[in-house]
Design a protein around this ligand. Structure first.
Ligand code: CA
Length: 442
């Protein structure tokens, strides 16, 4: 588990003035990774590190040749078009790179003149999905979400008996994961309308969001070798924002007995920036279970996981309708919560995923599951916010929403803040719904 070190010192300032602004997502204490290129260009994508309103281009840093030895090799891995090579190097390499970059970006650093030439303004960049994602696993780690959803189907017994014992998950689809800015067509699928005797094929009528965090695996494990919970976090490269869009009506008809399928695989959107667990170290919080709940089984328990296995990451969902966009209004907040309310930690997800011998690989992505907090205004999906579509939410301009409509954009934001610690952020994760394209016969 990463602990505090000199890179977290709140007194550190960068020679780049924009990194020192109080509300900046990317101060020198953050240093998250993305893949990017100049907007509208045909340049190759390469890895970069966010600092203030700029991106430090790791391919340019590698070319400048100012770092040698192991650091030089790590920077070289960052010159590639995806983060996978850097992810595969493992936690000690990510940590050394963080320390070297922290020192080189500080006020008074000898590297300033060289690194100034390796910057690109974020406003002039476009991004790609940060990693080549081999496998995507979607968990279900919010007990509040599981309970809210369960209540709509089983009011007397909302939570299934396995929930408090086993981190629930399923294998999702990696090919349709896109980066912030993603626009996707409203999915088409089979639904069984209420009262009907036969299903129909048509555009989804209950299109929803899922406010999640994405957890990128760094170094993998060999097939057959489970990852012990005390080492689980060493396999995690970092965390991003994730909107795991859902077609609730398609899901309701198709999900039994094997679980979600086409209702989930049409699109998922990640933020470009991946914040490392080391950057998040000041925001660790104790992982606790209510006394009346079963305590985690021994393989899902450790002192470190209890004392600091959870993260207090602030989360917000904004919705911008076409009418708001036309009037020049920015998105309106429809949810505000924190990752600290999750029932299972990142370490527990990794350990449980591998307990059967399943091998994880660099670039694999976990979804946390919808991150709803204890109260309804902290719910991370419309199905909860509108109680299954019964109570539309009111937007500040007088519009209402039950489910997403064509042209709607959803903006996820994440950040960490606490007295005496430097605020860090995740940037944004934006996605927009385009009208469905109906096949023949629909
Ligand atoms: Ca999900």
């Amino acid at each position: 588990m990463t602990s505090l070190n000199e890179t977290h010192n709140p007194a550190l300032k960068s020679w780049l003035a924009s990194a020192n602004a109080a509300d900046c997502d990317f101060p020198i204490q953050n240093l998250p990774f993305a893949v990017f290129r100049r907007k509208g260009s045909t340049e190759a994508f390469r890895c970069g590190v966010a600092i203030g309103d700029q991106i430090l281009d790791l391919a340019a840093v590698a070319k400048a040749g100012i770092f040698t030895g192991d650091t030089g090799k790590t920077v070289q891995a960052g010159a590639q078009d995806k983060l996978n090579a850097l992810m595969a190097l493992g936690q000690p390499a990510w940590s050394s790179l963080r320390l070297v970059l922290s020192r080189a970006l500080r006020e008074g650093a000898a590297e300033e003149a060289t690194l100034q030439l390796c910057l690109l303004p974020q406003a002039q960049a476009e991004y790609d999905v940060p990693a080549r994602i081999g496998d995507y696993t979607d968990f279900y780690t919010s007990v509040h979400h599981a309970t809210n959803i369960g209540k709509q189907f089983r009011p007397d017994n909302p939570l299934l008996p396995n929930y408090k014992w086993v981190p629930i998950g399923y294998h999702g689809r990696a090919s349709s994961i896109g980066v912030s800015g993603q626009q996707f067509r409203r999915p088409v699928g089979q639904t069984m309308p209420p009262g009907a005797t036969e299903p129909t094929l048509g555009a989804c009528k209950r299109l929803d969001i899922e406010l999640e965090l994405g957890i990128f695996i760094g170094s993998g494990n060999a097939q057959g070798e489970a990852v012990d919970i005390t080492e689980a976090e060493d396999h995690v490269f970092g965390i991003c924002l994730l909107n795991d869009w859902s077609a609730r009506d398609i899901q309701g008809w198709e999900y039994q007995p094997l679980g979600p399928f086409l209702s989930k695989s049409f699109a998922s959107t990640v933020s470009p920036w991946v914040v490392t667990l080391e950057a998040l170290a000041p925001y660790r919080v104790a992982f606790t279970r209510p006394a009346e709940d079963p305590q985690p089984m021994a393989y899902l328990d450790s002192t470190g996981n209890r004392s600091g296995g959870a993260f207090d990451i602030q989360l917000q969902v904004g919705l911008q309708t076409p009418q708001m966009r036309a009037a020049g209004q920015s998105d309106a907040s429809i949810c505000r919560t924190s990752y600290r309310h999750a029932y299972w930690t990142v370490a527990q997800m990794v350990t449980h995923h591998t307990v059967n011998g399943c091998n994880l690989q660099p670039g694999d992505l976990f979804g946390s599951g919808t991150l709803s907090g204890p109260t309804l205004d902290q719910a991370g999906a419309l199905i909860e916010l509108t109680t299954g579509g019964k109570n539309p939410i009111a937007l500040p301009n007088g519009e209402q929403r039950t489910w997403l409509e064509d042209g709607d954009s959803v903006v996820l934001r994440g950040w960490c803040e606490r007295e005496g610690v430097t605020r860090i952020g995740f940037g944004e994760c934006v996605g927009t719904v385009l009208p469905a394209r109906l096949p023949k016969g629909a």
